[in-house]
Ligand binder design. Structure first.
Ligand code: ZN
Length: 263
């Protein structure tokens, strides 16, 4: 399931392949478009050149020299690139919900089996702000002072707070568990009862984990000391204290934690 570090990877992938290229033909599955039709999307993007893409939380904002295409990857979305040369040229898959052909060659494909998330068209920066308007600051770049201000206004369970996109954009189920485990805080601990020290611990864990995750290709595999590396595996033990991992439902999601490290 794409979390902030995955969407950051998609952003870099988009930049490496599609930025600087001009939209030629475009084919879209109407059921993945949230505020336009294949015809209006095509009319808006044809002849436009993609610029440096941006990301906010789990959203990718693909700017052109005019409108922007906003992508959300839901549970199963990702991007692919198809070159025109010989063996690398493959036919689109039935889960390719958007296929963009570029005048310079090559095709960008947005594949999304389960069709959660979706695609939005924004004609200008105001429309982009309107679409992302309810999101909190991006979790990768939120500073300490701002983070403390956000927490000060918040009540209720810690995991629910971290995953609330209107408080902070980008933290999903896996990242929330990792942050809480590394910060040694229980998932249902209440935000209002955190000490000043725990608030700082939480922010430094958030910052460290997201930065390290965007710096590695496959953060679950490349970070053996992390909870993510073992979560969900049968009989998994805590990578820190070797005690048994516990499982519960917090914020409506399957949650892994260590009772010993996260009292
Ligand atoms: Zn432990």
């Amino acid at each position: 399931m794409p979390e902030l570090p995955d969407v950051e990877r998609f952003r870099r992938f988009f930049r490496a392949n599609a930025a600087g290229r001009t939209v030629g033909a475009l084919r879209a599955d109407p059921t993945i478009l949230r505020n336009c039709t294949p015809r209006t999307l095509s009319a808006a993007l044809r002849g436009r050149r993609f610029d440096e893409p941006a990301r906010h939380g789990k959203w990718l904002i693909a700017w052109t020299d005019g409108p922007a295409l906003l992508m959300h990857f839901g549970m199963t979305g990702y991007l692919l690139w198809a070159d025109d040369e010989g063996s690398t040229r493959t036919e689109p898959h039935r889960h390719d919900r958007l296929v963009i052909r570029f005048d310079e060659g090559g095709e960008l494909r947005y594949r999304n089996m389960r069709k959660l998330g979706g695609l939005w068209l924004a004609h200008d920066p105001d429309e982009v702000s309107g679409l992302l308007g309810t999101l909190g600051p991006d979790a990768l770049s939120v500073g300490r002072a701002e983070f403390l201000r956000l927490l000060a206004r918040r009540r209720g369970g810690l995991k629910a707070a971290l995953m609330d996109q209107t408080l902070l954009a980008g933290v999903g189920n896996l990242m929330a568990d990792e942050i809480l485990w590394q910060a040694r805080l229980h998932p249902t601990h209440r935000v209002e009862s955190l000490t000043a020290e725990e608030r700082l611990q939480l922010h430094s864990a958030l910052r460290r984990i997201l930065r390290q995750a965007v710096a590695t290709e496959d953060y679950a595999e490349d970070r053996p000391g992390w909870l993510l590396h073992v979560r969900g595996r049968p009989g998994a033990s805590c990578p820190r204290c070797r005690g048994p991992l516990s499982r519960m439902v917090a914020a409506g999601r399957t949650t892994y934690f260590c009772q010993r490290c996260q009292p």
